[in-house]
Every structure is written in C-alpha cells, then in structure tokens.
Ligand binder design. Structure first.
Ligand code: SF4
Length: 405
C-alpha cells in the first residue's frame, strides 16, 4: 500500500520502533546512576527554576515520595550502581522519603547521594537536626552519604546563605565521613559561592573549567562546580537580566548562532550527558516515570511502579534518537531539530536543544527518520526501517546533517 508523505511522517515511530531489535544495539544492560525526584513540588520557589517547581500540585507530583522502598528495591533489581536523590522539587520537603530511602540504601548496599538546597521552608528543621536524622537513617551503610548543596544567586535571593554556612559547619562536626560538594551556576555576576567562602573564612580556587575547590578553615576541601544555565521553564535570559546576571560571552555567542529567541531552548550549555554505549544513567520523575537521562522522547515512558527495568529496556533501546545521543550527545539532536526546521517542520515553540521537552509529533518523527539515516552502521536497523526512514527524508526534503557537512 502506498502512503502519502504526511501519513508516512506521522506514523513513522509507531511503524518502525516495533521492528528494531533492542538486544542488537550496543548498549549496556544495566543502568549506572539513577537520578530520582521524590517530588516536583518545592517550598522555596527560585525565580530561575528549570523544573518549574511549584508549592502545590496534584498527588501525582509527589508519587515517588510515597514509595521509597519500592524505588530502592527496583534499582537493586535493575542492578543500578548508585542513587542520587535530586532537587527539583526540594527533597528536604519530603524528609520521611529521604530517611526511608537512605535506610533502604544502607540495607541493600546501594551508594546514595543527595542534591538539595539544604533547607525546607515547609519544615522548620535546623541543618544540625536534618543531618542527624539523615545520618541515623543511613547508619551502617558501606559507602558514606554524599551531599551536594545548591548555592547560587537565585537560591540566595530566596533563602540567603546562613543555612549553607550552618550545614557545612554542622556536617563537618556531625558527619565528617560524608562527602560534600557545592553546585553553582555558570553566569556572569553571580558571586554567591565567593560570598559563602567569605562567610566561612574559607579560601576559594576557581579553575577555568567551571570547577574549583573551597578550602575550609579546618583544611577540608569542598568541590565546587558551576554548571551551565538551563533555559527551560523559569530559566530564561529575561530572569538572568532581571537580576543583573548574564550568560558568559561564549555562551551568548552560541545562543546567537542558534538563531533562537532564547525561550525554552533546553540545555546547550550542560556537560556531556552520561549516556554512552558504556554507561546509561536514568532519571526517575516524581510521578514515577523512568527516562534515560535527557534522552527519551515523550512517547516512550514507563513507570517503575508498573514495569521492570528489563521491560523498559526492551522498549527504550529501540529508539534511534537514543542511539543518536549515545554517539553525538544533545548537540546531535539539536542538529536534527535544525534540519527539521530547515525543511519547514515545527514552529518557534520547538526547543532547539532538548529531546525531553520536544512535543511536536512531526518534528519528533522527522528527527527519528534522520537518526536512522545517520546512525545506521553503529546500530542495527532492518531494511524495512531504513526504507521507511528514507521515504520520510525524501518526502520532506530533509537534509541529514552528515550530508550537509
Ligand atoms: S531550583 Fe530547586 S530549590 Fe529552587 S525552586 Fe527549583 S526545585 Fe526548588
């Protein structure tokens, strides 16, 4: 049966994904690190929040918070190597979850890290009490807890720096075996980590590579990392400008070269994703859905409460867009999105540098066709898949990036 170009485009993923063998692809069978969000609600409400975290929401917005043991047991069954309890909502808004997850991680020997602002405006718990409760929960663990605190101008604007000063001092006193690091954002005009160092009487050495070390009075060194600003949800150029902040000049030039209006661009300034043919990291959203880190189209998502990792893997590992990211990272997806735009598909609302937030079905199908074209060789696609992809590429005059070079 002949299909017209529009039908071939819109039905492409539905037709080809079942034909691709997930077992034939050169991908690791077990995930490495799982970044899990117990909640997407947050009592703090930073102006730049790339998660768009709000104070209130439906119960689905904190479903994972109700399942700490199920989550850890699922990760153990999946043979994951590490859990990171993430901020975006704030995990300290869910102390019962964090403590129960730490307890289970200690029992099952799963290393765990906590990303947090170091404060909850929902629970008036002092840093010392929070640290003591976490330490009690994680007692007996083979690997000490690692804590990463968010310190930047936007967090400082909402909650100041005093709680971070106290957290660092109290962690040194109460849990000296834990690892501690600080996460800032890489923007001009944000001196919050420098102000924190001054408050602690600490010295700060900053490298050109976006990281550095804070040396506390005791001599203990704390890793500091300034991460690329994320242009999603409330993260925008306008919110930076409103606080007298700006992207570094090299990043401003990159954005200008992308010919994009700067809203919901995605992650052009983030480090390389930990998604390669040797390592696959996961993100587990507050509603329970599991994605391969920033590498998952919106039509392929399953919940850990309903599916094992092996069930997910047999769906997720079929996707040529994941294969594209494994080889070329998010810039490889941005190239495909630009090619789809070049063929007149998608509008200005399509993010230039994100797969996760790409909702336009025509663009999604078009970039899947291009990915089949580009990744044949490294990955295994049967002739019917290659033919279907070629049909879409030809019908829309899509130019595969490799051919354009
Ligand atoms: S950036 Fe973190 S602390 Fe700030 S609103 Fe978002 S989730 Fe909350």
């Amino acid at each position: 049966m002949q299909v017209d170009g529009a039908t071939a485009l819109r039905s492409l993923r539905a037709r080809i994904l079942p034909l691709i063998d997930p077992q034939a692809q050169p991908l690791p069978s077990a995930p490495h690190t799982a970044f899990a969000w117990p909640t997407r609600l947050c009592s703090i409400g930073c102006a730049h929040c790339s998660f768009g975290a709000r104070k209130r929401g439906p119960s689905e917005a904190r479903l994972v918070a109700e399942h700490p043991v199920d989550l850890v047991d699922w990760l153990i069954a999946a043979k994951a190597r590490r859990l990171v309890i993430c901020g975006g909502g704030e995990p300290l808004d869910e102390p019962a979850f964090v403590q129960e997850a730490l307890r289970r991680c200690a029992e099952r020997a799963l290393p765990v890290e906590l990303y947090t602002a170091g404060i909850s405006l929902l629970h008036a718990t002092s840093p010392a009490d929070a640290i003591a409760a976490l330490r009690a929960a994680h007692a007996g663990a083979a690997t000490p807890l690692a804590v990463r605190l968010s310190v930047d101008a936007f967090h400082e604007e909402r909650v100041g720096l005093e709680h971070v000063v106290r957290w660092i001092q109290d962690q040194e006193r109460l849990a000296p075996e834990w690892r501690l690091s600080l996460r800032g954002i890489r923007v001009e005009g944000d001196g919050s980590i420098e102000r924190l160092a001054a408050r602690l009487g600490a010295s700060l050495e900053r490298s050109a590579k976006g990281s550095g070390w804070m040396t506390l009075r005791s001599g203990r060194r704390v890793l500091c990392e300034w991460k690329g600003f994320v242009l999603e949800n409330r993260g925008s150029l306008a919110v930076l400008a409103s606080r007298g902040l700006a992207l570094p000049s090299a990043e401003r030039e990159t954005l200008a070269s992308m010919n994009h209006d700067g809203r919901n661009v995605g992650r052009p300034f983030s480090a390389r994703l930990t998604v390669t043919n040797r390592r696959i990291d996961l993100e587990i959203h507050a509603c329970g859905t599991v994605n391969i880190l920033e590498s998952q189209a919106a039509d392929l998502r399953m919940r850990f409460l309903d599916h094992s990792w092996s069930g997910m893997r047999s769906a997720y590992f079929r996707d040529p867009l994941l294969h594209r990211i494994v080889v070329h990272d998010l810039p490889g997806i941005a190239e495909l999105i630009a090619a789809a735009h070049g063929a007149g598909l998608g509008g200005p609302g399509v993010p230039a540098f994100s797969l996760q937030n790409l909702r336009d079905p025509d663009v999604l199908n078009a970039i899947t066709a291009l990915a089949v074209f580009e990744e044949t060789g490294g990955f295994t696609y049967p002739p019917a898949v290659r033919d279907a992809a070629r049909c879409v590429v030809d019908a829309y005059g899509l130019t595969p990036p490799a051919a354009a070079k």
